[in-house]
Ligand binder design. Sequence first.
Ligand SMILES: [Zn+2]
Length: 113
Amino acid sequence: MHELSIAEDLSAIVLETALRETLAKVTRVNVSIGQLVQIVPGLFESAFIECVRDTVAGQAELCIEIVPVRMKCRKCGADIGIEDNNFSCSACGSDDLEMINGRELYIKSIEGE
Ligand SMILES: [Zn+2]
């Protein structure tokens, strides 16, 4: 399952960070996930909770921000949002696009005490 392997990677980073910052407890984890990663937030959240069970992050609240897809047209330079998987420039119709946002997956911040 896609969500589980991502949750495993992220929880490892959270626990490493907690250790490095000597946090006794992680209270909140803010994650940014690109729309193209196609995660199911509910599944991801339960996978994450499973991964951090009985750790300092066991009670952490997970906040998932889905980052919309944005592309830059290589032909006309327009900065466009992508909806409905329609990967063509809304200004000139070109499909020669460069991705700006949409595939990221990172921890924005970790809060704890
Ligand atoms: Zn264009």
